[in-house]
Design a protein around this ligand. Sequence first.
Ligand code: PMP
Length: 391
Amino acid sequence: AGEVVGSVDKKHTISGVINVPQRILMGPGPANAHPRILAAQALPLLGHMHPPFLAIMDEIKSGLKYTFQTDSPYTLMVSGTGHAGMEACISNLVEPGDKVVVGNAGIWGERVVEMSKRFRGEVTDLKVPAGQTVPYELLKQTLEQQKPALLFLCQGESSTGTHQNLTGLGELCKKTGALLLVDTVCSLGGVPMFADAWGVDAIYSGSQKCLSAPPGGAPLFLSPRAMEKIQRRKTPPATYNLDLNLIGDYWGWFGKRSYHHTGMVSTCYAMREALALVNEEGLESMWSRHKELHHRLWDGLHSMGLKSFIEKDEDRLITVNTIKVPEGIDWAALIKNAMDEYNVEIAGGLGPSAGKVWRVGIMGYNARPANIELVLTAFKDGLKKQGWKKF
Ligand code: PMP
C-alpha cells in the first residue's frame, strides 16, 4: 500500500450513549412499538441467506397471509417504509401507457397520482373534497367507461381520517378488467381486510402503525391475477430495487432463493414477532379493540364539545381520528401543551387537513384505554387553558 495522502480534518461531535426521550405516540404514526417486538429486533444478526433467517422470512409470509386473509402465495415484506410498498406496487403493476384510476381522498391518493405518472401511467385523478370518500357510483361509472388497468384506493386515508369502503369493488374491477390496489398503511390490523373475499389484487402496508413494529418494513400482497400481469409485462419495471419478480425470488415465491438485496434482518425479526402477536390476539379481537377505543375517544371528545372532521359516520376511520379545530382555538398550542405536560403526541393536520384538525391515532400497542384517557386529559387541559367553555 502506498502512503496515505490526506489527514482527518473534518470533525464531529457525537459521543456517549444515545439519549432518546420516552413518548406516547398518539398521532398518525409511528405508534409505540410493542416491547416484545423491540426485544426481537435486538436479537443477534443472522446472514440474510442463512437457513434460520429464511425460515423467519417464511413465517412472515405465512403471518401476512393470515393478516391479509389470503391464500395467495405472494406475500412478503418490502425493505423500506410504506412508500417503498407503494412504489413497488405502482412500478410493477403499471406499464407505460396503462390507464390508472386513482381514488384520491387525500395526500396518499395525491402521491399515487404522482407516482403513477412517473412510471408513465395515464392517470385519471378522482379527487374528492377533503373529508369524503370516493363514491361507489363514481368508481363504477369511471371503470366502465375507461376500462383501466389499475384502480387505486386508500383504505385508511390518514391525512383526512376517512375509511374507504371496498365493498363490491373487487367484483367491479374483475368485470372491467382492472386490478384493485389498496393502501392499508394505517389500517391493516386495525380494521377488517379480506383480500381474497373482497377481490383485492395488491396491497401494501406499513410496520409502524397497527402492527406495533418500528418503521422500516412494508408488508405486501399480490393476487395470482396481479402476479400474471407482472409476468406478462412487455418491459421490466423501471426500478431494479423494487422489481417484485426479483424481490419475490429472494422471498422464495418461485421455489428457490436468489440474492437480490440484503434482507433487513433485524426488521424481519420485528415483523415476525409483530405477526405472532397478531395471530395470538386474533384479527377479530384486534379489530374490536380498536373500534371500542375509537368509541371511547369520541365519547370523551363529544363531551368536550369537539366534533369530527368527517361528516358521515360510515366514512370515519377508526385508527386515525380527525377532530375539527374549533374557531378561536390555537391547535398548535394544544399540541405543545399535550407534549410538554403529558408527554403525549397529538398531531396536527396534513395536506388538505393542515391547520383544520387534530389527528389522534388509535393503533396497535397504543390502542389501550389508559392511552385514550391520557389523550382526553390532554385535550381537556389544553382547551381549558385557552378558555374553552363547552364542558
Ligand atoms: N399511506 C398511508 C395511509 C399512511 O398513513 C402513510 C404514512 N403516514 C403512508 C402511506 C406512507 O408510509 P411511510 O411514511 O411509512 O412511508
